[in-house]
Design a protein around this ligand. Structure first.
Ligand SMILES: NC(=O)c1ccc[n+]([C@@H]2O[C@H](COP(=O)([O-])OP(=O)(O)OC[C@H]3O[C@@H](n4cnc5c(N)ncnc54)[C@H](O)[C@@H]3O)[C@@H](O)[C@H]2O)c1
Length: 359
């Protein structure tokens, strides 16, 4: 079997995790080329990872290397145009979060996916740890009962210097603050477990950092399955944590970590009368895989080989992007927002900040 030919665009911080993860996946994938507008960074990256072809722009990489899969690891404002160019050239795309700056941009990529027959997947690595896979399977089997309540906290800390980097903290380059850039990971896992959301009420604040976007948002989200969730996205929280809690009829399931979790980061508290059933299901499920890029990449490569949709698919990540848009729409219109209100004629469809933030 020929190895899958992968390429990386943008050779900064996260690209190193991509390259290390690909290396860890063995002979089934080969890193054939890389692109960066910064030639020194590109050169250092290619030397370090033994990448045979270095290109100053994506067009030349697509023409000369014809990769099966392009990893887009550039700042968010560039994702749409780069992903579009790859899809048009027939290369599959794995784009870092957030996959685009707006629902409008994202739908444009979905259209290109359909037109050119290449797949667009988004990096949301926290779906791929075995704890999340086990939880989803237990929910599907009915052993946990109905989901009633969820808590989804991304309480992280970034100082002012972090936001002083040119492309950070701006609507036009990042599409939002911690809701779009950081909490999106936890909100994606929330949606992966609870499914479609039906309404969101939110506030967004500029609490402490000098930046264009929010540095804090808080939301109540209703889900079609009946659960209500409380979501906090903060860059101001000195004791940092990513915390998800699901209260089901038969158990409370908690996940506490920061940037990635293992099996030990989950805590299950069953109702006494269901303890054997719930704990039996938990201990007999998949185990041993941390939530990390490598776990997702393994699934993406498997899907490319078998011709199944590469995860996280555009349909799945659109729902998460739509929740992000809903948080901003609710916060800036000061009203509850349903998904159908974020259709093409909404200003929040075209830009995450709509016609402009209202603090
Ligand atoms: N999944 C995760 O856990 C995770 C973690 C961190 C960052 N990210 C995401 O990864 C992306 C990159 O973040 P980073 O911290 O690595 O940024 P970075 O600034 O360290 O690296 C970005 C690189 O892209 C290059 N670049 C910019 N525009 C380009 C273009 N048009 N063509 C080619 N190269 C270009 C830059 O020169 C730079 O080397 C962001 O979308 C970020 O949100 C994801």
């Amino acid at each position: 079997m020929e190895p899958i030919r992968a390429a990386i665009v943008g050779t900064g911080n996260i690209a190193r995790i991509h390259a290390d993860s690909l290396r860890g996946l063995g002979d089934g994938v080969r890193l054939v080329g890389a692109v960066d507008v910064d030639v020194d960074r590109l050169s250092a990256f290619c030397d370090r990872y033994d990448v045979p072809a270095r290109h100053p722009d994506l067009t030349s990489l697509l023409e000369k290397e014809q990769p099966d899969l392009v990893h887009i690891c550039t700042p968010p404002g560039t994702h749409h145009d780069l992903a579009l160019a790859c899809l048009e050239a027939g290369s599959n795309v794995l784009v870092e979060k957030p996959p685009a700056l707006s629902l409008a941009e994202f739908d444009n990529l979905i259209e290109a996916e359909r037109k050119h027959g290449a797949a667009l997947a988004t990096v949301f690595q926290h779906r791929f740890g075995t704890g999340a896979i086990r939880l989803r399977a237990m929910l599907d089997s009915g052993v946990l009962g109905r989901p009633l309540l969820a808590i989804c906290h991304t309480t992280w800390f970034r100082n002012q210097a972090y936001f002083d980097v040119e492309w950070r903290g701006r609507w036009d380059t990042e599409g939002g603050g911690p809701t779009m850039g950081h909490g999106i990971h936890q909100m994606d896992l929330l949606c992966a477990i609870l499914g479609d959301w039906t309404e969101v009420s939110a506030v967004a604040r500029q609490q402490a950092r000098r930046m264009d976007t929010e540095d804090l948002s808080m939301a109540h989200v209703s889900f079609a399955g009946g659960a209500a969730a409380s979501v906090v996205n903060s860059m101001l929280s000195i004791r940092e944590e990513s915390y998800l809690r699901f209260d089901f009829e038969r158990a409370t399931v908690e996940l506490t970590h920061l940037y990635g979790y293992g099996d030990d980061d989950w805590r299950i508290t069953p109702a006494p009368e269901f303890a054997d059933e719930v704990m039996g299901a938990w201990h007999s499920g998949a185990s041993g895989v941390r939530s990390a890029h490598r776990a997702q990449f393994a699934e993406v490569l498997r899907s490319l080989r078998t011709g199944t949709p590469a995860p996280v698919t555009s349909t799945e990540s659109r729902r998460t992007m739509q929740l992000v848009a809903g948080v901003y729409a609710s916060a800036f219109t000061r009203s509850a927002v349903r998904p159908d209100e974020l259709s093409t004629d909404s200003p929040f469809y075209r830009k995450m900040e709509g016609n402009g933030p209202r603090w």
